[in-house]
Design a protein around this ligand. Sequence first.
Ligand code: ADP
Ligand code: SF4
Length: 700
Amino acid sequence: MARDPRYDVLFEPVKIGPVTAPNRFYQVPHASGMTNALPRVRAAFREAKAEGGWGVICTGACSIDPSSDDAPLPFASLWDDNDIRAHALMTDAVHRHGSLAGVELWHGGASVMNRASRLPPLSPSGIPWMATHVGFMGNLRPKTMDRADLKDVLAWQAEGARKARTAGFDIVYVYAGMGYLGYEFLLPEYNQRTDEYGGSIENRVRFVRELIDVTKDAVGKDCGVALRISLEELRGRPGIHAESEAHEVIALLADVPDLFDVKMDSSPTDCSASRFTGEGSHEPVIDFVKKLTEKPVVGVGRFTSPDAMVSQIRRGVLDLIGGARPSIADPFLPRKIAEGRLEEIRECIGCNICISSWHDGVPVRCTQNPTAGEEWRRGWHPERVEQAERPERVLVVGAGPAGLECALTLGRGGHEVTLAEAGRTLGGRLAFETRLPGLSAWGRVVDYRRGRLEAMDNVSIYLESALGVDDILDLAPDHVVVATGARWTPMLYSAMEIPVGRLDHPNVFTPDDIAAGRLPDGPTLVFDFDNYYMGGVLTEHLAAQGLAVSYATPAGQASAWTIMTNELPLVHRALSRRKVAVTTLHILADFDGETATLKHLFTGEETRISCRAVLIVGLRLPRSELFDALTARAADVAAAGIRSVERIGDTLAPGAIAHAVHSGHRLARTLGAAAPDRLYRRDAPIVEVEPGFVARIAAE
Ligand code: ADP
Ligand code: SF4
C-alpha cells in the first residue's frame, strides 16, 4: 500500500549541523544492556532499526573516561582503540541502510559508584546521589571537582568525541540529564560552588556550554553535536529573566549545539510505564524549547501513532520524533508507516520489561518483540521468519501470549496452524489483566497478534474449544504445542523465603478467583510475594470496587520487583492515593475468617489485622494437566502420527508475559529442527584492532 500523504512530513530530511537525517524518525540513545563486550549483538540490534527505517540510530550511554563507571550496570565506553572498533561495527551496520549513527558520550558524575575502576566519582560539590530505594546503592561519596578535574573532563569529552568520529559516528552528544555530571552542574542542590561555575544560572550553565564548545571544536565540522538535557526540575523553578530556569538554560544555549534532545529527569518519569502515563507525556515540560531556538529539537513520548507524531511536528513541539521503546517493540515502525501498513505496527505496550533488562545487566528483552537482542545471537529477524522446507500441521492449544506468538511465528514460517482456545476470547491471562487499573495498553499484545493471525490463510482459530487428549488424537496433527498457561496457588511463604504450605479457607482468594468474578465481600488483606505488578494492581482493583484493602509483603517495598521497571515509586503513590495501608517485611502466618496473623520476616514478632478475606498473590504453577496426559499416552500419540508434543510459556515455566512470548517464538523458530535450541552464539569483546580496519582520523 502507498503511504498516506498526511504522514509525508515524517519523511522529510532534517539538518543537524553538518549532517542530515534522512527522515524525522530518531532512535534516541537508550540503554540496551549491550556493552562493548557484546559488539556484534549491539551492532545487529541497532542495524535492525536502521533497516526498519529509523533515520538516526544512537547508542546508549558511552563513558568517556574510567572515572565514569556504572558497574555492575551495563555501560559502553570509548576509551581505546578496541572500543573504537567495537562501535565501528555498529556505525557500519547503521550506515549500510543510509541512516545516521549517534553516540551519547557520558560522564555519570556523582551518580556512579566506580565499582570497577575504584576511582573517586566526580561531582560539582561532593554531593552524593543516595537513592535509598534502589538496589544499587553505594557507599563511596564523590570528590568535589577542582579546576584540574574540570579541565580533565573537558579534555576527555573532546577526546571521546574524536574517538567517536573515528568510529564513524555522525552525531556526538553532550549529556546534561538524568542526574549525570552535566545535569549536576545545572541544579543548585548538587552545585554549591562559589566559583564561576556555581550560583547564578549563567554560571551553572557554564560547564555544559564548555562541554559543547570542546565537542564542537573537536568534531563540529564533521559531526552534528547534540545536547541531551533534562528539563523537568528546571521547568518547575521560576527564573529571574524568564518563566522558568528551564527557559533560561535553553535561551542561554539556544545557538550552541546543533540539536536539542530534551527529556525528563529520572527514569520513572522519563520512561514511565503505561500503567501510569500515556503517550506524549513529556510535552508539558518540553513544549517551549522550539520557541527559544532555531536548532532542531527531538523528544520522546512512547509515540507509536503516526497521527500523534505528525501532531507534534505540526504544533511545533518537536522536529524529530524520538523513539526508544517504540523502536524496540517495532524496529520497522517507520517502514510500516512509509508503506501504508499501519495495522502491522507492533505497538509498545509500555510495560518497561526492556528497562528491567538493563537493571538485570543483560541484553534488552521486549514483551512485544521477542527478537530484540536476539538478532545476532539467534539470527532472529524482527520481520522475517525462515520458511519451513516442509510445512507441517501444528496444533497450538491455548491462545495466551505464548500460544498467540507461537501460532503467529509458525504461520509466518508457512506451517498449517490450528489455534484452539478454551475461552471466548483470545489473550489468555491478558483477557482479564487488561481490565485492571492502568493495564489496558497491554491489550496491544493480543490486538497485534490477532490482526496478523486473522490475515493468514494458513492459520485457523477456534474459540470455546477446550481440548482434551482424545480431541487431539482425533485431530492428529504433526505437532502439538501446549500453551495452557498457569494458575495461582494459595501457598504461603516461610521465614526461609520460599513458598511453603497452603492456606485453605473459603475466604482465601487467588488472582484466578478475582479473574473469574469471585470477589471478597469485606475488608481484604492482599498478601503479595509474587512482587511484580499483580499484587499491587489487584489491590488497586479491589479498592476501586469500594473494598477496604490493606497490603502486606515479605519484601521491603510494595511490588518490590517493579523497581526494575521504573514503576515502584508510582505503585506506592497509587496505593497511598487509594488509602491502602502497606506492611512490608511480614509474612502471612494464619487467617481464621476474621483476623489475619502476620509475622515479621526477621524477628518473628506477630501483628494481627482484622479482615474478612485474604487474597494471596504468590506462587504460580503450570496448568500442565493436558501436557501430562498427552505424555502419559505416548503410545496413542505416536499411533496418531503426532511426532512431537511440546509445551511453552507459563505451562513450561510461569513468568512475565515477555517470557511467554519469547518461549512461543523460540519454539516456532526451531520446530522440528535437529539442533538443540538452547544454544545461542556467544559474543566476545574485541581485544585488538583487527587487520584491515582503517581508522578514519579526521583533522584536528
Ligand atoms: P501463557 O502466558 O503461557 O500464554 P495464559 O494463561 O495467558 O498462558 O494462556 C493460556 C490459555 O490456554 C488460556 O486462554 C486458557 O483458556 C487456554 N487453555 C487452557 N487449557 C486449555 C485447553 N485444554 N484447551 C484449549 N485452551 C486451553
Ligand atoms: Fe515497550 Fe514493553 Fe517492549 Fe519495552 S518491553 S519496548 S515497554 S513493549
